[in-house]
Write a protein that binds this ligand. Structure first.
Ligand code: MD6
Ligand code: FE
Length: 223
């Protein structure tokens, strides 16, 4: 009788149908559940707190004059901003007049590895939008279309409280699917799904051991 190779714990987890490491959302788009392990999340938050000391979170105003419920900041060569004049990428923080802080290498590395996992092998983010949701904060259905590099994906990392994320298609009327994004989950969004509409439902009350009563979302882009 032949000798069977030992079964490792990794094999057992790989075979569990309810713990896939990729949840497809659409063509070129997927959730990577738990891509950042709990043990590494504290380090991500430490890197982020350095960024937010230099470029504090603030509530921007939409071109239509509404104060966004999500508080935002940026790191990278370019930062996404909104005001009464419109949406744009800017090299400087309009609050301080200084360049945005650089993307911490730990975070850029996570984004690049997540993009690789879906076959986007040359993703080098030059912008990272930081979103903070407190209970009740939401992001209405939108497309991410202020970038020139529509051939490059967007990579989004969720930290802290869970949120209900909705996604559809490039046509606003496309049917929406809903998924819960937990701390450490990464969404990679590109290819035929690059211009899909998506949004976040109002954050529910809760307390996360590392972030308290909030959710942070980092979305890495190539402008
Ligand atoms: C959020 N995310 O999860 C908002 N955009 O808080 C986004 O708007 C987003 O997660 C493009 C691709 C992935 C995303
Ligand atoms: Fe978006």
């Amino acid at each position: 009788m032949g000798v069977e190779p030992p079964v490792t714990t990794a094999d057992l987890f790989r075979s569990l149908p309810d713990s896939p490491d990729i949840l497809p959302l659409g063509p070129g788009a997927a959730v990577l559940p738990g891509f950042v392990r709990a043990a590494d999340i504290a380090e991500c938050l430490a890197a982020l707190s350095g960024v937010l000391r230099q470029a504090p979170l603030r509530h921007m105003v939409t071109p239509g004059g509404h104060r966004m419920t999500v508080a935002m900041s940026n790191c990278g060569t370019w930062g996404w901003t909104s005001d009464l004049q419109g949406y744009r990428y800017s090299r400087t923080d309009p609050v301080s007049g200084s360049p945005w802080p650089p993307i911490p290498p730990l975070l850029a590395g996570i984004a690049e590895r997540a993009a690789n996992r879906l076959g986007y092998d040359s993703f080098r983010p030059d912008a990272c939008l930081i979103n903070r949701y407190r209970p009740g904060a939401k992001l209405s259905l939108h497309q991410d279309r202020d970038e020139h590099s529509l051939d490059q994906p967007i990579v989004s990392l969720s930290l802290g409280l869970p949120a209900r994320f909705r996604f559809g298609g490039a046509d606003r009327r496309a049917r929406l699917r809903q998924t819960v994004l937990e701390s450490g989950d990464v969404v990679v969004w590109g290819g035929a799904s690059r211009l899909a509409y998506h949004g976040v439902l109002p954050l529910e009350d809760g307390l996360h051991p590392l972030t308290g009563a909030c959710r942070l979302n980092l979305s890495f882009r190539r402008t």
